[in-house]
Design a protein around this ligand. Structure first.
Ligand SMILES: *[C@@H]1O[C@H](CO)[C@@H](O)[C@H](O)[C@H]1NC(C)=O
Ligand SMILES: *[C@@H]1O[C@H](CO)[C@@H](O)[C@H](O)[C@H]1NC(C)=O
Length: 363
C-alpha cells in the first residue's frame, strides 16, 4: 500500500467494519450526552434506613412534648416568650446569609431570645456555614431531590428537630436559600404573635400555608403515582395544592410529625415525573384534612408564578431590585403583609444589602 492510499483510508466507505466501528465510537458520547433526556430521570426514593432514622427522630419529638425536658424552669418560673423557629431548607450555599444576619440582628439581646435557626443542607452539595447566627445550626441532613418525596422528609426533619430542641419554639417558618425577608424581625414577630381578637374566624394561633383546590394541574398531580393509588386515605376531593414554604404552629408541626397515614401514600415514587411535586401537596392536604379551621389557606411568602419556567417561579435579577419592588412584594390580599419573598438570584445580594436598613428593615 502506498502512503497516499493509507492516508485516505478513514474516508474509504467501502471498508464496512471500519465505518461501523467509527460510527459506534461517534455515537457513544452522543448517547451519554442525550440519554438523560431520553430515559426518564432516576428519582430518589426513601430508603428503609432513612425512614427508620426519621421515625426515631419523630418519636423523640413526640415524647419531648409529653415531658419537655427542663420545661418547668424554662417555661414556668421565667416569663419566657414564645419563639419563631426559622427552618432553612437548602441545597446550595445560603446566598442571602448576610441579609438574614442583619434581620436576626444578634447584637440585640432581646431578639436573641425570640428565635432559633435550623438548617437542612443536602449533604452532597457541600454547603459552607456562613458563620454568625448560622454557626452550628446545621441539623443531620439527607440527600434531597426535586420531584421526589425527599423534600417532604427534609421539611419534617426540620420541624421535628426544632420541636425537640426548644419547647419555646411556637411558630415554624420554612424558607429556602432563595428567600429574603421583606420586613424587620420585630415586624415578623408582631405579625405572628399579635392577639387576633378582631379576626374571630381564626383561632389564636393560625398556620400560614396556602391551600388551593381548583387548579388545572390537580388531576395529573393526583394520579402521578398511578390511578387510585391515593385511595382510600386521600380521595381526589381532599387533595390540595399549596406553597412549599409556609409558617406552621407548633400544634400543626406535631400533626405533621405524627402523620403516618398520608405519608405512606406521598412517599411513593411518581410514575409521571413531570407532574411530581409531592412537597406542594403533602402539607396542604394533610393540614386541611386534619384542621381546616386552623389554617389561613394563604401564604405569607410572596412568590411570582407569572412567567414561571419548568415549574420554577420567576427569579428576580439585580436590575429589578429596588425599594419599589420590596414595597410591591409586601402587598397581599390577606389582612397581613407578605413577610418573605422568593425567588431572588444570588447576585441580588449587593443591591438588597444597600437598602436593608433604609427600606427592608425600616418596618
Ligand atoms: C412577576 O414576573 C413577571 C415576569 O414573568 C414580571 O413582569 C412582573 O413584574 C413580576 N411581578 C412583580 C410583582 O414583580
Ligand atoms: C388580589 O385578588 C384579586 C382578585 O382575586 C387579584 O386579581 C389580585 O391579583 C390579587 N392581588 C394580590 C396582590 O394577590
Amino acid at each position: 500500500m502506498k502512503l497516499s492510499e493509507a492516508l485516505i483510508l478513514p474516508c474509504d466507505f467501502t471498508n464496512t467494519p471500519f465505518v461501523l466501528l467509527f460510527a459506534l465510537l461517534l455515537t457513544l458520547p452522543l448517547l451519554i450526552l442525550f440519554a438523560p433526556r431520553i430515559l426518564p430521570p432516576k428519582r430518589l426514593t426513601i430508603s428503609l434506613p432513612d425512614e427508620l432514622d426519621d421515625l426515631a427522630l419523630f418519636r423523640r419529638a413526640l415524647r419531648s412534648t409529653l415531658h419537655p425536658p427542663g420545661s418547668v424552669s424554662r417555661l414556668g418560673s421565667t416569663n419566657a416568650k414564645p419563639k419563631i423557629a426559622f427552618l432553612f431548607l437548602t441545597n446550595t450555599d445560603l446566598h442571602f446569609a448576610p441579609i438574614w444576619q442583619k434581620f436576626f440582628n444578634p447584637a440585640n439581646s432581646n431578639h436573641r431570645k425570640l428565635y432559633n435557626i435550623y438548617i437542612h443542607a443536602d449533604p452532597d452539595s457541600d454547603v459552607k456555614s456562613p458563620g454568625g447566627v448560622f454557626e452550628n445550626r446545621f441539623i443531620p441532613a439527607k440527600k434531597t431531590q426535586r420531584s421526589s418525596p425527599t423534600l417532604i422528609s427534609a421539611a419534617r426533619r426540620l420541624l421535628a428537630t426544632a420541636v425537640v430542641d426548644d419547647p419555646l419554639n411556637a411558630y415554624f417558618a420554612l424558607v429556602s436559600q432563595n428567600c429574603i425577608p421583606l420586613h424587620s424581625f420585630r415586624y415578623v414577630y408582631k405579625t405572628l404573635f399579635q392577639p387576633r381578637t378582631e379576626l374571630t374566624r381564626f383561632p389564636a394561633r393560625l398556620s400560614f400555608i396556602e391551600v388551593l383546590s381548583e387548579e388545572p394541574q390537580m388531576w395529573d398531580r393526583y394520579i402521578a403515582r398511578g390511578k387510585n393509588v391515593m385511595l382510600p386515605e386521600i380521595p381526589f376531593d381532599k387533595f390540595r395544592i399549596g406553597s412549599q414554604f409556609y409558617i406552621l404552629t407548633r400544634s400543626h408541626s406535631l400533626t405533621v410529625i405524627k402523620d403516618r397515614k398520608l405519608w405512606r401514600k406521598f412517599r411513593l415514587p411518581c410514575l409521571n415525573v413531570d407532574s411530581c411535586y409531592p412537597e406542594e401537596h403533602y402539607f396542604p392536604t394533610l393540614l386541611s384534612m386534619e384542621d381546616p379551621k386552623g389554617v389561613s389557606e394563604y401564604t405569607l411568602t410572596n412568590v411570582n408564578w407569572t412567567g414561571s419556567v419548568d415549574g420554577h417561579p420567576y427569579t428576580y435579577s439585580p436590575a429589578e431590585v429596588s425599594p419599589e419592588l420590596i414595597r410591591k412584594l409586601r402587598v397581599s390580599n390577606s389582612s397581613f403583609s407578605y413577610l418573605f419573598g422568593r425567588k431572588f438570584s444570588p447576585d441580588c445580594l449587593p443591591p438588597l444589602m444597600d437598602m436593608a436598613e433604609k427600606v427592608i428593615f425600616r418596618e
